[in-house]
Ligand binder design. Structure first.
Ligand code: C2E
Ligand code: CA
Ligand code: CA
Length: 700
């Protein structure tokens, strides 16, 4: 800093100039420049180094001090130079005008040395800033930071600025462990580091104990990071032994209509995104995150009122039988029509309301609405089908859960079999034992339990062993992946087969296309919910919809296991069918290709395939190969019919994957038993294999 502090005196009065010059005797570090007119002052400003302070006479009529002041404050180069205005006790009007332009201080004329000296010192050390200062660090306080920044932004409307919000994480510990004094010293050092780094290119302040802010000009992209790095590198040296860290939230000012306080809030908000990555402890303000946050706050603030004012309502989505495609039930889903946010998806607020338990209140409302619809349909003589309601993981821990459900059903005189409870799989993953207890209790009381979102989480099939449920709802994500991922299809196949073996019904959710529906029907899924059949609809529409349905549910025809008989000779097919009796439903094909065609639509109905070896178009070997390749068919056991002399064909078929052989001419009784045994063994093996497979996958 070796250079002297330059003070420019602009004063029409010789006496006043010389009083000020006397201060130089005591302060050799000051260098004075003198001007008695504005013109002379402008010359000096142009030819000399920029002064550190200007002492300006604003009252002499032959020197237009205000004009010079106006020039200084409009001029980018001199704006930051502090000006002390020399005035007179009676000159209120001109002083007020000067204050408007911005001056560091006023000094009463005629000057005296001690007063002038104090004034000059103060003006120089406050660096030209006039707002209220934080007594510890000398930086602006929050209010004056807002005011100074607003002024700067106003005066430099065309320039780019960025707000940086600095937080000293864990700083409280420094005060606790090292004492207040050490803490204060660190804060002072940080403050002076910050002030020094500004280079008059912005404003800085301390807005709370360990919160510093600055608003700096960012001419080039990345300038703000340069400043952050400057601060970081210096503060790190202080910080490492005291174990605090400097974090920075950055808001590049893109909306100058905001108040500076709001800009600071954005900077502070961005702090929330600072991750624990070493050295890189800054984050930019993100509009999306912030908006989400504000909306969440809004939803929390508005929800009680919304519930009493009827902003929440319930929609019903019909569920269809996969084979006969008739309505077999519906799911109740909540909706919120918010006056500002519009209709909001439950995915946005259900998780939010689960955090503090408000969801229970909302769910009770939804359950009651579902009961009302059932009661309404009952009263009007419409078709009654079970409606399922969502039971949040939070509801499960409500001691009153089962009782409040029973009270509701009693109030509306609805039988338990009409209100199904959907519990999400992820609740099990969190607290398995609790969930087992609650679910067992509910089932004992006669409630039907549906496992929602099955396959979405990391739970395993073991769950179903410990906690029996009545229905599995297969997670919607699988549907979206069916086309692209063979694996997703395989998992769905496994889930459905396994559920069948455990006598649990399956519902596929989120079915949007005919292809998905066909696939699901074909692999034996029982019920289907999705936009393909129907979207969720308001209660009134749902009731009208149900009024058109027959009151009594159409039954699917009695279930018999299907046997696919493949032989090119009709008589042989018929005699085999006769031998096996009427225990089965039969499908007949004259060759391998026909067999595959039948399987395309009927695979879920076929439990065993009995095939000849030699046939036109596609022989038995090729058929076996094709069946083994396809995961939808590979589990169906195959019995091959050969002639006793053709041992090598028998072996070839077994090698390809057939499970048993019937040799011609056969004994009808023994053939019948072979088929029975194969089915029994296949079923047991399959159960084992499915469980193993699914457990291994743990699904995703
Ligand atoms: P969820 O229980 O899995 O509900 C199924 C969601 O899939 C519903 O979304 C439904 O509208 C949507 N959906 C139905 N068919 C299709 C389709 O074909 N394609 C697509 N893409 N989506 C389909 P929604 O109503 O937005 O509900 C989202 C989630 O919010 C629900 O998932 C459930 O977890 C929760 N939720 C909804 N209502 C309630 C409620 O009353 N209480 C509680 N606790 N949670 C609820
Ligand atoms: Ca559900
Ligand atoms: Ca679901």
């Amino acid at each position: 800093m070796g250079e002297k502090t330059t003070i420019l005196i602009v004063d029409a009065k010789n006496e006043d100039r010389s009083i000020l010059m006397q201060i130089g005797k005591k302060h050799p570090e000051y260098r004075f420049l003198e001007a008695d007119t504005v013109g002379r002052a402008l010359d000096l400003l142009e030819s000399e180094r920029k002064p550190d302070l200007i002492m300006l006479d604003i009252v002499s009529p032959n020197l237009d001090g205000l004009r010079l002041l106006n020039f200084l404050k409009k001029n980018e180069r001199f704006r930051s130079v502090p000006v002390v205005a020399g005035t007179l006790p009676g000159a209120a009007e001109v002083s007020r005008k000067a204050a408007k332009f911005g001056v560091a201080d006023f000094l009463m004329k005629p000057y005296d040395v001690p007063n002038a000296e104090a004034c000059i010192e103060k003006a120089i050390h406050s660096g030209g800033m006039q707002g209220e200062r934080d007594s510890l660090t000398g930086l602006y306080t929050a209010e004056s930071f807002y005011a100074e920044t607003a002024k700067m932004l106003r005066e430099n409307a065309g320039k780019e600025y960025t707000l940086l919000f600095f937080n000293l994480a864990n700083f409280a510990l420094v005060n606790d462990l090292q004492g207040r004094e050490t803490g204060d010293n660190i804060l002072k050092q940080i403050a002076s580091t910050m002030a020094a780094g500004m280079h008059h290119k912005g404003v800085c302040g301390r807005v709370a104990d360990d919160h510093f802010v600055c608003c700096i000009e960012t001419e080039h992209p990345g300038d703000e990071l340069g400043f952050y790095e400057y601060m970081e590198s210096r503060v790190r040296k202080l910080a490492w032994q005291f174990h605090f860290t400097l974090e920075c939230g950055i808001y590049p000012i893109d909306d100058i209509t905001l108040s500076v306080k709001d800009m600071c809030d954005r900077g502070e908000f961005a702090l929330g995104d600072v991750k624990g990555i070493h050295l890189e402890k800054y984050a930019y303000y993100d509009k999306g995150t912030a908006e989400k946050y504000y909306h969440e706050q809004m939803m929390i603030a508005d929800r009680e009122k919304a519930l009493t004012e009827g902003q929440f309502y319930v929609v019903f989505q019909p569920v269809f039988d996969a084979v006969i495609e008739k309505v077999v039930g519906a799911e109740a889903l909540v909706r919120w029509r918010h006056p500002v946010l519009g209709v909001i998806s439950p995915q946005r607020y259900v998780p939010l309301f689960e955090k503090d338990g408000f969801i229970h209140k909302l769910d009770l409302f939804v359950w009651e609405e579902a009961c009302k619809v059932l009661a309404d349909l009952k009263r009007r003589g419409g078709a009654l089908r079970p409606i399922s309601v969502n039971v949040s993981r939070i509801d499960l821990y409500h001691p009153d859960l089962a009782d409040s459900l029973e009270r509701l059903l009693a109030k509306y005189q609805i039988e338990k079999k009409y209100l199904f409870l959907e519990i999400t799989e992820s609740a099990y993953v969190e607290q398995p034992q609790e969930m087992i207890n609650v679910v067992s209790d509910l089932r004992k009381r006669g409630f039907k339990i549906m496992m929602d979102d099955f396959g979405s989480g990391y739970s395993s099939l073991n769950m179903l062993k410990d906690m029996p449920v009545d229905v599995l709802k297969i997670d919607m994500n699988f549907m979206q992946q069916l086309e692209s991922s063979r694996r997703a299809g395989n998992i769905v196949i496994s889930i459905i087969r396994m559920a069948k073996l455990l006598h649990i019904d399956t519902v596929a959710e989120g079915v949007e296309t005919k292809e998905q529906k066909e696939f699901l029907k074909n692999i034996g899924c029982d019920e289907i919910q999705g936009y393909y059949f129907a979207k969720p609809m308001p209660a009134d529409d749902f009731c009208s919809f149900m009024m058109k349905e027959p009151r009594h549910q159409e039954e699917r025809t009695g279930y018999k296991k299907g046997v696919l008989v493949v032989d090119d000779v009709t008589v042989i097919r018929k005699s085999l069918i006769q031998a096996l009796g009427d225990e089965y439903t039969y499908y007949e094909a004259a060759n391998g290709q026909q067999a595959l065609d039948i399987l395309k639509t009927e695979a879920s109905q076929i439990s065993i395939i009995i095939t000849d070896v030699f046939m036109p178009v596609m022989d038995g070997f090729e058929l076996i190969g094709k069946l083994q390749e396809n995961p939808i068919y590979s589990h169906i056991p195959i019995i091959v019919v050969t002639v006793s002399e053709e041992r090598e064909n028998e072996i070839k078929a077994l090698k390809l994957g057939a499970v048993d052989v019937i040799t011609k001419p056969y004994d009808p009784v023994s053939a019948k038993h072979r088929v029975k045994n194969v089915l029994k063994i296949a079923e047991a093996e399959r159960l084992q294999m499915e469980i193993k497979l699914l457990n291994e996958k743990n699904i995703k």
